[in-house]
Design a protein around this ligand. Structure first.
Ligand SMILES: Cc1ncc(COP(=O)(O)O)c(C=O)c1O
Length: 385
């Protein structure tokens, strides 16, 4: 097994808690804390001009370029957005639904995707939902059947947030390209844990955020926009930082930037640039390929332990079909799961719950021993119930 345990000391929480929930919030690293403190020191010492221009804007650019490297894009194809919901909404507002009213998404996509596309119904969009037959995965054929010449957007969650099922992107992209539709990938559960190359795959748009697998804290998300498409997109959610000369203070016209940053709007959540850059750079240092290898080994241990306890596995059994988390059903419905979750918290084991199931999401710094200890406590909690 790839030994990445030398990174454990980077995350102080691991000395106190068995942290198995990076799918929800990646833990704070020493580097990210040092970055946050650097920002506070600068803020304490400097006025806005020096803080923002000499330090803040370069740090934001570092975030864009690191995220671009992570997904195989170029820096000018990345916009910093406040959240995936907000970036996706800005993008949705650019679509002319008259020639092509359909947006295809799946029943397993994160709810925010549904809300964003439903909000577009008022502008003429017709959402079509790919069903899941087992509550775990999605059939590629079901996507292909819905994509035709009336499709404007195919919205894909590359790694499903509940089950961690990995959607087979290439045939969906091929079909979308044949039909002249754009593919938007919500990659919140992929970036940083399952390698991706947006150029090689021909993805049109991708969104992700820093707080989960990237261990970069809250308040920063990214929108990748394929360079060739930028000129065709005219956001109606705009602001001065998306214009060509924000510090020109010209009111006479709206001149949006010629790169993906036309999707940027107002003043950034600047302190997050220090934690986000630290998180993404740590992930790049370890390498997503090595993280993926380690993650597949660790999730295999989760599956083994859950089988030993006789729990229902609600994630794919084949390692290559799943991302970094495993979902297991515990007895007693949602209330039983909530009770077990809190019993685990009391024993310093941190996982989370969706419905009647626990989500266990080890990251590269976890060990098989963490997982075995988690299941020992889980077994004890179940017996106590
Ligand atoms: C797949 C996916 N997309 C979007 C979101 C929500 O992102 P945001 O809060 O940045 O809008 C989440 C949050 O967990 C998610 O898992």
């Amino acid at each position: 097994m790839a030994d990445l345990s030398s990174y454990r000391d980077e995350f102080p929480i691991l000395a106190r808690r068995n942290y198995l929930i990076s799918a929800s919030l990646g833990p704070l690293s020493r580097r990210a804390r040092a970055g946050a403190e650097e920002h506070l020191d600068l803020w304490e010492r400097l006025g806005p001009e020096e803080l923002w221009l000499d330090h803040g804007l370069p740090r934001l650019e570092q975030c864009r370029s690191s995220f671009a490297r992570l997904i195989g894009a170029d820096t000018d194809e990345i916009a910093i957005v406040p959240s995936v919901s907000s970036g996706l909404s800005s993008l949705a507002g650019c679509i002319d639904w008259r020639p092509r009213p359909h947006v295809v998404l799946s029943a397993m996509d994160f709810p925010t995707n549904h809300y964003v596309w439903r909000a577009q119904e008022a502008r003429g969009a017709v959402p079509l939902v790919v069903p899941s037959h087992d509550g775990i995965g999605l059939a590629t054929k079901d996507y292909l059947d819905l994509v035709d010449e009336r499709t404007a957007i195919v919205n894909v969650n590359r790694v499903l947030f509940e089950s961690s099922f990995i959607v087979d992107l290439p045939p969906i992209i091929e079909r979308a390209q044949e039909q002249g539709a754009w593919v938007v990938v919500d990659d919140f559960h992929g970036s940083g844990v399952v390698p991706i190359d947006v150029h090689a795959l021909g993805i049109d748009f991708l969104l992700s955020g820093s707080l989960k697998w990237l261990c970069g804290g809250q308040g920063m998300a990214f929108l990748y926009c394929r360079r060739e498409l930028v000129g065709d997109l005219h956001p109606t959610v705009v602001g001065w930082f998306g214009t060509r000369d924000p510090f020109g203070f010209d009111r006479s016209e709206l001149l949006l930037r010629k790169d993906a940053r036309r999707f940027e709007t107002g003043t950034f959540a600047l302190p997050q640039a220090w934690t986000a850059s630290a998180g993404i750079e740590l992930i790049l240092e370890v390498s997503v390929e090595d993280i993926r290898a380690r993650s597949m080994e660790l999730t295999a241990v989760v599956v083994e332990c859950s089988d030993d306890l006789g729990l229902d596995l609600l994630s794919p059994r084949e390692p290559e079909r799943r991302g970094g988390l495993i979902r297991v059903r515990v007895p007693g419905g949602p209330q039983g799961a909530e009770r077990v979750l809190h019993a685990l918290f009391e024993r310093n084991v941190v996982v989370d719950r969706r419905g009647d199931a626990l989500r266990i999401s080890p990251h590269f710094f976890n060990t098989p021993d963490d997982i075995e200890r988690c299941f020992n406590e889980l077994s004890r909690a179940l017996l106590a119930g």
